[in-house]
Design a protein around this ligand. Structure first.
Ligand code: SF4
Length: 328
């Protein structure tokens, strides 16, 4: 029977070539991909590249969605945040612990990752890699084919299941070797490095910080909404979200459960959602934000509240400065 391993497939260059390198040693590889609300992609697009990569490699792919347990973890990470709200060390420990469960369920003997020593400042330094490996309870069981020769031999290497001489010693941010490898393997289904995680994005991080500062009981919808529209913090309890285009207006209304929706009644303009204390002042402010971004020249507009109440609201001419102050 072939030795089995679980490979963490992001769909990126490094994970694809690492997997192929180990498949070429006669190991049966099962791919494991994590999706999350923090991916810089629409829900329907998440996991697509990993699926294509796995298909091209000819391996089975298991997909796990990072759930509320992940949200709890990133609200209070034991090892802190990176430059933005990215808790990379805790995030890696979380994923590897889940991967260990899959490894045991699938009867696999070790894990494969596309990690490259020194490629990422927070989670791919040697001390961080060692810490992550220890905390995830996988000491000696994580094979990093691209940097393996820069680490002590793993258990599968010691057991002779993996030929160490065929592993690599890449370090740093250059992807020159990996690009040569995909060409050599004739692999086409992989994404280019960088830019996938919203927690590393400063604008998203600002909105996320605001959310966890003012709101307990955060839901997946609250996080999904951070990727849509302009956000305004009115007070500790109240936030207004306004769509920036037709697509965002539609998405906002699809996610309106638990919010008060405010939409233009008889003119084209953005839709808005309000969370928190709903009173006349907040409704009128929302109407003014809608009026401001619809660039309407009237002195008053008519809005619909939750599709049931119609209200006429006067528009203030000088709202821009105030909006700049409350914009998150
Ligand atoms: S960049 Fe995002 S997904 Fe990657 S380890 Fe950091 S927090 Fe996790």
């Amino acid at each position: 029977m072939k030795t089995k391993a679980i490979s963490l497939i992001s769909g990126g260059l490094d994970s694809v070539v690492s997997t192929k390198l180990i498949m070429d040693q006669g190991i049966e590889v099962i791919g494991l991909h994590f999706t999350s609300v923090f991916q810089n992609k629409m829900k329907s697009q998440r996991g697509l590249m990993a699926k294509k990569s796995a298909e091209e490699l000819g391996i089975k792919l298991i997909i796990i969605e990072k759930g509320m347990d992940y949200i709890d973890l990133i609200m209070n990470p034991s090892h802190g945040y990176g430059k933005n709200m990215n808790p990379c060390i805790d995030c890696r420990i979380y994923m590897l612990k889940k991967a260990k469960e899959v490894m045991l369920e699938e009867g696999a003997e070790f894990l494969i990752t596309g990690e490259v020593l020194g490629q990422r400042p927070m989670s791919q330094r040697k001390d961080a890699i060692n810490l992550i490996e220890k905390k995830s309870g996988l000491k000696g069981l994580i094979l990093r084919p691209l940097s393996a020769k820069l680490f002590p031999p793993t258990i599968p290497e010691q057991k002779g299941q993996i030929d160490r001489s065929k592993l690599l010693d890449i370090a740093g941010r250059s992807r020159e070797v990996q690009f040569a490898m995909v060409q050599n393997y004739n692999l086409k289904e992989f994404s280019l490095p960088g830019g996938g995680c919203l927690l590393t994005d400063p604008i998203f991080s600002k909105k996320f910080k605001d959310l966890i500062k003012y709101q307990s009981n955060i839901t997946m919808t609250d996080i999904e909404l951070l990727t849509i529209g302009r956000h305004f913090r009115v007070d500790e309890k109240t936030k207004i979200i306004v769509g920036r285009d037709k697509g965002e207006n539609e998405k906002l209304l699809l996610l309106k459960e638990g919010f008060t929706s405010v939409t233009p009644f008889n003119f084209p303009g953005p839709s808005a959602l309000i969370k928190g204390d709903i009173n006349q002042w907040v409704i009128k402010l929302t109407a003014n934000i809608i009026g401001h971004y619809s660039k309407i020249k009237e002195e008053k507009i008519t809005i619909s509240i939750d599709d049931v109440e119609i209200l006429e609201c006067p528009l203030k001419a000088d709202i821009f400065e105030y909006l700049e102050q409350i914009k998150i």
